[in-house]
Design a binder for this molecule. Structure first.
Ligand code: ADP
Ligand code: ASP
Ligand code: MG
Length: 864
C-alpha cells in the first residue's frame, strides 16, 4: 500500500483560471511622445516627463504621487463642484450588471443607498467588452464573421432592454442602440477593408458596452422612482495617453468639465460610464482594460467623496486569487500600498491605478460582493497601528499573494557589465524603445547579470532590441549572452509589515523549497512591501498554495491518494475520518482523500515510487518491499527522493506504529554512533515464543487468533524479520542485500514443500520435540528462547535467528505479540535504548502511517 500526497486544492478547477480570456485581443500598445500632448502646462510637463521616464518600466506609481497631487488639488479647488462627504461613489463591475435581473438588483441597491448624493460608475455587461474587442480582432483579420458577432452584441443588449424597460424608455434606448450598431457596422467595415484598426478606432468601438449599460441602468433607476442622470464620461474625463497601455488623468481639465456637466445636469444621483474618457483633443479613448475601477477612483477624488464602494462578484480582496487557492481568506483591511501591490501583481479584483486618486484625500475604498450583501467586504484605507491592545501582532506580516502568468525572463549576462556605468540604463532604454512593460527587475550585486520579466508576448521584440543594441559587446565577449527563459510566472508576497518583521523571506523560500519549487529570480522592493519570485509557469499554482498555507493564511491542505484500501488502508480511512475535524480546527491541517484504488486495479511496476517522487508526489508506506528490495534500487530511490525534494516516509515498515525508524534517524542525525540493533520484530513469533505450550499448538492458536499470515510458514520462515533487519541496516548506513542475511527458518525442512497449509499444520506436531528440547536446555540455565533479528553495525552484518536470553533480560519479559527493539549506541552503550509495544495489527499500523502523514503536513508548513 502506498500513499501519495501533494499540496493541491481539490475544489479548484483549472478551466476556471481566467474569466476574461479575450484580454489578448487588447490592441497593441503605442508609445506617445510628449509632442502629442501640446496642451500641457509647464508643471504638467514636469510630471509627464517624470512618468515618461519611469512608467515605461512600470515602477511604483507612488514615486510620482506628489506631483500628481498638486494637479488633483488644483482641480478640486478650481472647479466649483458640489463636493465633499455628501457624495459617495459606487462602482458596479461587469458581473453585477450581467443580465436584466442583475441590473434590476443594482438599481435597487442604488435606490436604497442612503447617501445624500451618489455617483454610480458602471462597467459594460459582463463579456460585452470582450465581445467588442473580438469584433475588432475579427474585422482587422478580415474575418467577416464580425457581422454575426455584432448581431450577437445587438441581441444581448436588446433582449436585456426588452426585459427591463417599456414604452418610451424602451424605444428611446432601442433607437440609440440601433443607431450605435449601424455606426459600428460602418466603422468595422472600414477596419475590415483596411485590415487594421488604429488605437482610437478600437477604443471608440470597445467603449460602447459602458454607454449601453449606463443608459440601461439609469433608465431602470428612474423607473424605480429615483431621479437620476446618465453621464457619458467622455464628456468629462480627460486623459493623456502615456506609455505601456496606460493613461494619466488630466485632473484640472476633468474638474472643469465635471463642473460644467454638473451645472447643466443638476442631480443627486448620477449613473456614469466606467472605462471611457476623451483625450484632450476630444477623441474618445479608454482607461484600458478593467479601467472602470480607475474611473470610480478619479470621480471619488474629484468629488472628494466620503467613500468609493467597488461592487464585484467576490466578498472582498482575498489573501490570494480565490480561483487558485480555495483556502484563501478575506482580508478585512488593506493599506493603500498593500492594495496597490496586490493589484499590480495580478489580483485583478482591483485595477492598480485605482489607489492613487483616492489616497491623497484618505477616501476609503470598500470592495463588496453584490451577491452577498451580508459580507462586510474589504476596506482599503490608511493603515492602522501594527499591534492590538495586548501588544500581539494582529496578523501575519504577509497579507496576501498574487501571481502574474505568461511572462518571460530576460537575462543579460557578462563580465563586461561589472563596474561599467550606464549598462542598466542602456538595457532598459532598449526595452523601452520596443514599448515593452518591465514587470520586475533583479540584478545580482556582482553586476554580472541583469534579469527582468516582461510579458511573454513582448519578449521576442525585447530580445531582438537587446541583441542589436549590444551587438558589439556580444561580439567582443563583454556580454556572454542575452538569454530568454519562457513560460514563467511571478509570485508576489505582499504586506506592509514585512518591512519590520525579520525572517519573512526565509520562511517564504523555505516553503517553496519544501514544495519542490525552483525559484528562477528574486526581487524585493526597497519599500519591503513585496517580495517577488519568478517560477516556472507550471509550478505557479503549487507555489502559491505552498506559501499561502505556510503563512498561516490557510490550512495546510494535503490531497491524498490511497492505494490498497485493505485492512490497514481501511483502518486508516476510519482514523482519518474520526480525526479530520480536530485536525482542521486545532492544527490547521486539512487532509483530503482524493482517490482510493486497489493495488490490483492499478498497474504498479517495481519502480512506481520513483515515478511519484520524481513528479513531486510524496510517498508514505507501511510496505517493506521497496526498502528491502535490491540495494541498487533502494539507493536510487533515496537519491531521487532527495533530488526531487519530496518526502518518503515508512515508519510503519518496522514495528508498525512504534517509533523505530524515527528513533534511529534521530540518533543518527544528532551524531550518535549505532553499534547494534537487536529486536523481536515479529508480533507473530513474539506470541509463539511468549507461550509455554507446544510449538505446533501455539502456531495453531496464533493462526486461529488471526496473528499469522494465511500460511503461517510465511511468518515462520523468518523472511519478514529479515526484511526489517535489512531496512534498519540500510538506515544505519550498511550496504547489505537481503541475501546477505542468514536466516534461521522455523519451518522444519521436510515441511517446506507441503502442498497445503492444512497438511503443514497436520504434520507440524512431529517436529515439536526439536524446539521443546532447545527450550528445556535454555530453561535449565535460567534462559528463554527468542526469535530475533540483529543488525551488527560494527561488523556490518545482520542475522535472523533463535537466541537464548537470561530470564531477567527485557526480551524475556515480553507478553502477547509485543515487539521490542534495543538500540546499543555510543551514547546508549551500557543500557540500550529500548522501544517496546504492540508491533502488529491494523490499528497500530494505520496509526503509524497516520503519524507519517502528519509529519509530512508539518514538513509542508503546518504549524507545530
Ligand atoms: P469586475 O468585473 O467586477 O471588475 P473582475 O473580474 O475584474 O470583476 O475582478 C473580480 C475577480 O478578481 C474575482 O472574481 C476574482 O476571481 C479575481 N481575483 C483575483 N485575485 C483576487 C483576490 N486576491 N481577491 C479577490 N478576487 C481576486
Ligand atoms: N468593461 C471594461 C473591461 O472589461 C472595463 C471594466 O470592466 O473595468 O475591461
Ligand atoms: Mg475589474
Amino acid at each position: 500500500m502506498a500513499f501519495a500526497s501533494s499540496i493541491s486544492s481539490p475544489s479548484y478547477s483549472l478551466t476556471n483560471v481566467s474569466s476574461k480570456p479575450n484580454k489578448m485581443l487588447t490592441p497593441p500598445r503605442k508609445i506617445h511622445s510628449l509632442s502629442l500632448v501640446p496642451r500641457l502646462s509647464a508643471s504638467r510637463l514636469g510630471y509627464a516627463l517624470q512618468l515618461q521616464g519611469m512608467d515605461s518600466l512600470n515602477f511604483n506609481p507612488f514615486a510620482s504621487v506628489a506631483s500628481a497631487d498638486v494637479l488633483l488639488d488644483e482641480a478640486v479647488e478650481k472647479a466649483h463642484l458640489p463636493k465633499g462627504d455628501a457624495w459617495s461613489i459606487h462602482k458596479f463591475g461587469g458581473t453585477c450588471v450581467g443580465n436584466s435581473e442583475r441590473i434590476r438588483n443594482v438599481a435597487n441597491i442604488i435606490v436604497k443607498d442612503e447617501s445624500e448624493r451618489k455617483l454610480v460608475v458602471v462597467s459594460a455587461m459582463s463579456k460585452a467588452t470582450d465581445m467588442m474587442y473580438d469584433l475588432i480582432y475579427k474585422a482587422q483579420s478580415r474575418d467577416d464573421s464580425y457581422i454575426i458577432a455584432l448581431d450577437a452584441v445587438l441581441e444581448k443588449h436588446k433582449s436585456t432592454a426588452v426585459d427591463l424597460l417599456e414604452g418610451d424608455d424602451l424605444s428611446n434606448f432601442l433607437d440609440r442602440l440601433h443607431q450605435d450598431i449601424n455606426n459600428l457596422k460602418a466603422m468595422l467595415r472600414a477596419i475590415y477593408i483596411a485590415g487594421h484598426a488604429t488605437e482610437s478606432f478600437s477604443d471608440f468601438v470597445v467603449g460602447h458596452g459602458e454607454l449601453w449599460s449606463a443608459e440601461l441602468l439609469s433608465a431602470v433607476v428612474r423607473k424605480n422612482g429615483l431621479e437620476c442622470n446618465c453621464m457619458d464620461t467622455r464628456d468629462v474625463l480627460v486623459v493623456n495617453p502615456t506609455s505601456s497601455n496606460q493613461v494619466d488623468p488630466d485632473y484640472l481639465e476633468s474638474g472643469r468639465r465635471l463642473e460644467n456637466w454638473c451645472s447643466q445636469n443638476s442631480c443627486d444621483t448620477i449613473v456614469a460610464t466606467g472605462f471611457i474618457a476623451s483625450t484632450p483633443q476630444n477623441i474618445p479613448t479608454t482607461l484600458k482594460r478593467d479601467g472602470s475601477d480607475f474611473s470610480a477612483a478619479i470621480m471619488g477624488a474629484l468629488f472628494r467623496a466620503r467613500q468609493v464602494t467597488i461592487w464585484t462578484d467576490v466578498d472582498g480582496v482575498y489573501s490570494a486569487d480565490p480561483r487558485k487557492v480555495s483556502e484563501a481568506v478575506i482580508l478585512k483591511k488593506l493599506s493603500y500600498q498593500e492594495a496597490w501591490e496586490m493589484s499590480y501583481f495580478g489580483a485583478n479584483v482591483l485595477h492598480p491605478r485605482t489607489i492613487i486618486p483616492v489616497m491623497k484625500y484618505d477616501i476609503p475604498i470598500v470592495i463588496r460582493n453584490i451577491f452577498n450583501l451580508s459580507a462586510p467586504g474589504t476596506m482599503i484605507c490608511r493603515p492602522a497601528g501594527l499591534e492590538n491592545e495586548d501588544g500581539e501582532l494582529v496578523e501575519s506580516p504577509v497579507k496576501g499573494f498574487a501571481t502574474i502568468d505568461n511572462l518571460a525572463l530576460v537575462n543579460v549576462e557578462g563580465t563586461g557589465m561589472a563596474g561599467v556605468p550606464g549598462t542598466a540604463s542602456a538595457i532598459f532604454s532598449a526595452v523601452k524603445d520596443v514599448g515593452a512593460n518591465v514587470i520586475m527587475i533583479s540584478q545580482a550585486s556582482s553586476e554580472h547579470s541583469v534579469c527582468f520579466a516582461v510579458p511573454e508576448t513582448e519578449v521576442k521584440a525585447v530580445a531582438a532590441a537587446l541583441e542589436s543594441r549590444f551587438r558589439q559587446a556580444l561580439d567582443a565577449g563583454r556580454l556572454s549572452q542575452i538569454a530568454v527563459i519562457p513560460n514563467c510566472s511571478i509570485l508576489a508576497a505582499v504586506g506592509q509589515k514585512m518591512a519590520s518583521t525579520p525572517g519573512v523571506s526565509a520562511t517564504l523560500f523555505n516553503a517553496l523549497a519544501k514544495a519542490n519549487i525552483n525559484v528562477r529570480a528574486i526581487a524585493q522592493g526597497c519599500s519591503e512591501y513585496n517580495i517577488t519570485v519568478v517560477v516556472k509557469r507550471e509550478d505557479c499554482i503549487r507555489a502559491l498554495r505552498a506559501v499561502h498555507s505556510r503563512f498561516y493564511l490557510s490550512r495546510t491542505t494535503i490531497a491524498m491518494g490511497i492505494i490498497g484500501p485493505g485492512l490497514i488502508g481501511g483502518t486508516l480511512l476510519d482514523q482519518l475520518r474520526d480525526q479530520a475535524a480536530i485536525l482542521k480546527e486545532k492544527f490547521n491541517i486539512d487532509l483530503r482523500v482524493m482517490g482510493i484504488t486497489g493495488s490490483r486495479t492499478m498497474l504498479l511496476s517495481d519502480t512506481h515510487y520513483h515515478d511519484w517522487l520524481r513528479r513531486g508526489i510524496h510517498v508514505i508506506t507501511p510496505n517493506k518491499k521497496a526498502n528491502s528490495g535490491p540495494l541498487e534500487q533502494y539507493l536510487k530511490l533515496r537519491t531521487l527522493q532527495r533530488q526531487s525534494y519530496t518526502h518518503y516516509f515508512y515508519e510503519a515498515t518496522v514495528g508498525a506504529g512504534l517509533p523505530i525508524i524515527s528513533t534511529l534517524q534521530g540518533l543518527l542525525e544528532t551524531g550518535d554512533k549505532i553499534l547494534r540493533i537487536e529486536g523481536i520484530f515479529s508480533g507473530t513469533l513474539s506470541y509463539i515464543f511468549n507461550n509455554a505450550r507446544a510449538f505446533s499448538e501455539v502456531v495453531e492458536a496464533a493462526k486461529q487468533a488471526g496473528y499469522t499470515e494465511p500460511d503461517p510458514r510465511d511468518d515462520l520462515s523468518g523472511t519478514d524479520v529479515a526484511r526489517k533487519v535489512i531496512i534498519l541496516a540500510r538506515e544505519s548506513g550498511l550496504k547489505l542485500e537481503l541475501s546477505d542475511i542468514p536466516v534461521q527458518s522455523l519451518v522444519p525442512e521436510p515441511l517446506k514443500d507441503s502442498s497445503s497449509v492444512e497438511e503443514f499444520l497436520q504434520q507440524l506436531p512431529q517436529y515439536d520435540q526439536d524446539l521443546a528440547k532447545q527450550r528445556q536446555e535454555a530453561e535449565a540455565s535460567g534462559e528463554v528462547l527468542r526469535y530475533v533479528g540483529v543488525v551488527d553495525v560494527v561488523k556490518q552484518k545482520g542475522t535472523v535467528e533463535l537466541r537464548r536470553y537470561k530470564k531477567e533480560h527485557p526480551f524475556a519479559q515480553l507478553s502477547g505479540s509485543d515487539n521490542i527493539i534495543a538500540f546499543s549506541t555510543q551514547r546508549y552503550e551500557k543500557q540500550p535504548l529500548i522501544v517496546r509495544g504492540p508491533g502488529a495489527g491494523a490499528e497500530v499500523t494505520a496509526g503509524g502511517v497516520f503519524s507519517d502523514i502528519l509529519r509530512l503536513a508539518s514538513y509542508l508548513g503546518a504549524p507545530s
